[in-house]
Design a protein around this ligand. Structure first.
Ligand SMILES: [Zn+2]
Length: 447
């Protein structure tokens, strides 16, 4: 199969009149400056698809349910109570239906792979399922229904707070000990889709003791290690009270943080933590839309990127699934905080291109895959519609600036994942069926 594009962002930069050959799931040829041939499907602008480094798929089903003001001090912790009530009753089929809808929306927005930070392991009463990877299987079903690439990150969760505090009732579906978790990891590995990647995710320093963390890490093998860190000021204060160190500082001092690691959020960093995290070559998994929704705070992106820090973007709570929207929210958070413009690019450079490149490379690293359009890579492509009004007259990096800052979803026209076209004319090929099942599932849950 050959696809022809007016322009394409290749690993070597922008090229015009690009003919891309695809066989099986991979790119087999790239010819810049080539006219389309009869039978080639013609498209606008080809981009490499982005990785979504952080998702809790089931949370899509409660999007919009926690936007009513409750107590005057509503914050992350009161949102978490709503989330715990929502997940109380979810069956594996419910998880598959809701997560499939989230994944369809991810593909439609320009993501081609998701890092699923999967922590809902146990039955509704907290008992084990007969198959330890029962709900991981539901995630795989959702990935296969949507066609998105899956990096599955089974979560270890054993405690409610620093120092090994006993878990709470609302956390009963997450819990395991190290031995259970080893079984869960192996059972999850057996269910992975063909190009799936398996990592592990110690949930946070609240949920995992230092001894447990040390015992878990070998289970990752060469796979990614993801952990929530420093999302909340209260968490930083509790970590200081427990250990005398801030969460990211503690990890850097005690956990051999290296390029396999992705620290999710890392919002509240001292300057020294910021510089040390950048030097570690780990990825900071930023989720700016969720971080805004939850009132988490603002990541120190100017300093971190200037220090060479690596970033990926994630949709986390899936309150609104939007690949360019995450990048836009990241830049806008800095503008609002610093009352200046175009803060995350070097002088003269495009903000859209700078942040797209950073999220592309960091996202691929964090999810354990390669990234970019080159011969031999997976055929994971996003086609923007060059007739979209927001892209009128745009070329090169300006296309990315227009897509990220000035267009809406209609700009993504086609998405190919592993050589299969999953989005055509802006719609996922299974969007209607997946949405019908999602509506039925959520209506029953909220009834
Ligand atoms: Zn999260």
């Amino acid at each position: 199969m050959y696809l022809w594009f007016e322009s394409a962002l290749l690993t070597t930069g922008w090229a015009l009149d690009v003919r891309i050959g695809i066989a099986g799931n991979a790119i087999t040829s790239i010819e810049p400056g080539a006219p389309p041939r009869p039978g080639d499907a013609r498209h606008g602008v080809a981009l490499p698809g982005l990785c979504n480094v952080h998702s809790h798929g089931f949370q899509r089903g409660m999007a919009g349910l926690s936007e009513r003001r409750g107590r005057p001090d509503d914050d992350f912790w009161s949102w978490r109570e709503v989330m715990y009530r929502f997940l109380d009753r979810l069956t594996p089929d419910d998880i598959a239906a809701i997560t499939a809808q989230a994944y369809v929306e991810m593909l439609e927005s320009g993501f081609i792979r998701v890092g699923e930070f999967h922590y809902l392991h146990n039955d509704v009463d907290g008992g084990r399922y007969g198959d330890p990877a029962e709900t991981a299987g539901a995630i795989v079903v959702a990935a296969e229904a949507s066609g998105i690439g899956l990096t599955l990150l089974p979560v270890f969760y054993a405690h409610s707070d620093f120092g090994g505090a006993a878990p709470k009732q609302g956390q009963r579906r997450f819990l395991s000990d190290v031995e259970d978790f080893a079984r869960l990891v192996e059972a999850s590995r057996a269910k992975l889709p063909a190009d799936g990647v398996l990592g592990i995710a110690p949930h946070s320093l609240r949920a995992v003791t230092p001894d447990e963390l040390a015992a878990l890490l070998p289970l990752a093998g060469d796979g990614p290690v993801h952990i929530h860190a420093a999302e909340q000021v209260k968490e930083v204060e509790a970590c200081l009270a427990w250990s005398g160190a801030r969460p990211v500082e503690w990890l850097l001092d005690n956990a051999d943080v290296d390029p396999r690691w992705c620290l999710i959020h890392a919002t509240h960093l001292s300057d020294r933590e910021c510089d040390r995290l950048a030097s570690s070559k780990a990825v900071a998994g930023l989720c700016p839309v969720t971080e805004a929704n939850l009132g988490d705070g603002i990541f120190p992106a100017i300093r971190y990127l200037a220090s060479g820090g690596r970033i990926g973007v994630g949709t986390d709570s899936n309150i609104l699934i939007d690949a360019p929207g995450e990048i836009r929210a990241l830049e806008y958070s800095q503008r609002l905080a610093h009352r200046r413009r175009a803060l995350l690019a070097a002088e003269g450079a495009s903000v859209g291109r700078t942040l797209f490149d950073a999220a592309l490379a960091g996202g691929a690293q964090a999810l354990g895959v390669g990234g970019g359009l080159t011969v031999g890579s997976p055929a994971d492509l996003v086609a923007l519609d060059s007739d979209h009004p927001a892209l009128a007259g745009m070329a090169g990096d300006s296309v990315l600036d227009a897509w990220i800052f000035a267009a809406r979803h209609g700009a993504v026209h086609g998405v190919w994942r592993g050589g299969r076209q999953m989005v055509a004319n802006g719609r996922h090929i299974a969007a209607d069926a997946v949405a019908a099942r999602y509506r039925q599932t959520v209506a029953a849950l909220l009834a």
